[in-house]
Design a protein. Structure first.
Length: 240
């Protein structure tokens, strides 16, 4: 059983620890903890905030050699990790909160790692994986799948408020909304074509069409584009 040291016991670090406990000997430590636990570990997972990388790197000096270092820090490039830590084997990955229920979308890329299947299988314990060939795509994935759950939960929060304002209780609103959402997503996973499904629900002159007319006035296409561009830009800034 491989020894995996997770540095950062926050939300994602704790999720990784729980998900990988059956396949690895997992040790979790935080900033300021003794990093001698890294000795004998095959894999080091950096699950700290990117702003904390410099501090953690200082603590790790002299502790690493042939280990594979996996980083889930937004924006921090492979070259920066290699140069600061003086290592050769780096995996940069962007999972998301879906990992909590083994439905993460983890996008990743590596340098200096020979057994890529081993890394992919590690991430598959948390959900779906996508290996990309260009590191620039990691920042784009950060905007889409890394930040995506946050954008989704914000939309749900505001939508639920609107349902309550129609006159339903919060309990009734949650029952209707989440059941509707669950059913719609199940059909979408089967049929895949969202545009066609819109047509199936929105009969001409009906209630759905009336609501869609309002939605289209808000130019959602450009709104979502700007949301993703802003998130990607911030990921780029964190790399500097």
């Amino acid at each position: 059983m491989k020894k995996l040291v997770i540095i950062g016991g926050g939300v994602m670090g704790s999720i990784f620890a729980k998900a990988l406990a059956s396949s690895c000997e997992v040790i979790v430590c935080d900033k300021g903890d003794d990093k001698s636990v890294c000795h004998g570990a095959e894999i080091i997972l950096l699950a700290v905030k990117p702003q904390s990388f410099a501090e953690v790197a200082e603590e790790l000096k002299g502790q690493l050699n042939e280990q594979i270092v996996i980083s889930i820090m937004a924006g921090v490039t492979i070259n920066k990790i290699k140069s600061v830590l003086g290592i050769k084997k780096v995996v940069r990955a962007m999972p998301n909160l879906g990992a909590r229920v083994k439905k993460s979308m983890t996008v990743w890329i590596s340098e200096g790692v020979k057994d890529k299947n081993e890394i992919d299988n590690l991430f598959k314990q948390l959900g779906q994986t996508l290996q990309v060939k260009n590191e620039e795509m990691i920042n784009k994935a950060t905007a889409v799948s890394g930040s995506g759950p946050g954008f989704f939960y914000y939309l749900v929060t505001e939508w639920l408020k609107a349902v309550v304002e129609l006159g339903f209780t919060e309990e009734e609103a949650r029952l209707m909304f989440f059941t509707t959402l669950d059913g719609a997503n199940s059909i979408l996973q089967q049929e895949k074509n969202s545009e066609e499904l819109v047509k199936q629900v929105a009969s001409k002159g009906g209630t759905t069409e009336a609501g869609l007319v309002v939605m289209k006035k808000f130019d959602l296409e450009n709104m979502f584009k700007k949301v993703l561009e802003s998130a990607e830009k911030r990921a780029d800034e964190l790399a500097k």
